[in-house]
Ligand binder design. Structure first.
Ligand SMILES: [Fe+2]
Length: 315
């Protein structure tokens, strides 16, 4: 088509997409083109702004490698990953769900651990924490024999794979639900952590006066044939950033009640000082049991401990 007006550009691109034989590709790309062109018209994007946008997108790719994915990070910082999760779970967004984001730190091959055992595998700072979690189906019946991976940061806000001082697979474990659909383990209370801000994500947050913190959480991955594999995170109710998560990942069903116990007998005799307990319930849906591709495959080298740079949230 010879282009006469700006409207012709849109219809020309859309008509070329009609040539595709893949119906889903055609649906997704035609809609993307319609929205993208409408956005250019709505904001009347200038040539200079278009060049800037192209440079930002190129930078997202340039900053991504095997241990960091800036594209996923900006998707989260713009709420896209949360949206994708919520329209695909909870009966396609009709009701509350305990599904959440996988995040960039799941590793395959977590050590199998008995219920009740500890996942602290090397000396680690943090307050003792005792976790019980239940897995149920949509009818509220316990799901037995589900495999549940758990992982979280240390009391310094760092995952073991980022931290040469922590043992391999520290604060990670794989549990199996019992007849009540229950797993339990001992660990240390995690704390929140900053996401990296040395690229476009940092620029985006600084422009808005946002902080770059995720509230403290424990990750769960629940696998059982016959059910859709569920990724989840249980956030700490006492974290000051629970309402301003930089990745927009906190929904009500995932706010965990981390109960602080000042005194009284702890579940283990060696506990000195305050400790925490957490009980949480997950609901999994029928569907395909499929493990994701691990976003990371190993531990960082001796100099790789991340610099912890925190942005203040503008008042
Ligand atoms: Fe995390």
């Amino acid at each position: 088509m010879i282009i006469r007006t700006h409207e012709d550009v849109t219809s020309s691109v859309l008509s070329e997409l009609e040539r595709s034989k893949d119906a889903r590709f055609k649906e997704i790309m035609s809609s993307a083109v319609r929205h993208l062109h409408a956005w250019v018209r709505e904001v009347r994007l200038t040539e200079a702004e278009y060049q800037k946008a192209a440079a930002i997108i190129a930078k997202l790719g340039q900053l991504s490698d095997k241990s960091h994915n800036e594209v996923v990070l900006i998707g989260g910082s713009l709420g896209v990953s949360s949206l994708v999760c919520l329209v695909n779970n909870g009966d396609r967004g009709k009701r509350e769900t305990t599904a959440n984001l996988l995040g960039p730190f799941w590793r395959a091959g977590s050590p199998r651990t008995e219920n009740g055992a500890s996942i602290v595998r090397s000396p680690t700072p943090g307050a003792p924490m005792f976790v019980t979690a239940y897995v149920k189906d949509l009818a509220g019946k316990p799901v037995a024999d589900a495999e549940v991976d758990v992982w979280h940061t240390s009391g310094e806000g760092i995952y073991e794979n980022q931290d040469p001082q922590q043992a391999d697979m520290n604060l990670r474990g794989k549990f199996t639900t019992d007849a009540e659909g229950k797993i339990s383990f001992r660990s240390l209370k995690p704390i929140g952590y900053p996401i990296p801000i040395n690229g476009p994500v940092g620029d985006l947050l600084r422009e808005q006066g946002r902080h770059n913190l995720r509230p403290a959480h424990i990750h769960f991955l629940i696998f059982k044939p016959g059910y859709k594999t569920q990724f989840s995170q249980v956030y700490s109710s006492d974290d000051p950033n629970v309402e301003t998560d930089v990745q927009f990942g906190v929904w009500r069903s995932l706010i965990g009640d981390y109960v602080r116990h000042e005194k009284g007998p702890a579940p283990a005799a060696d506990v000195r000082g305050p400790w925490y307990s957490l009980e949480h319930h997950f609901v999994i849906e029928p569907g395909e049991a499929k493990l994701p591709t691990p976003p990371i495959t190993g531990k960082a080298g001796p100099d790789a401990k991340p610099e912890s740079v925190v942005l203040e949230r503008r008042k």
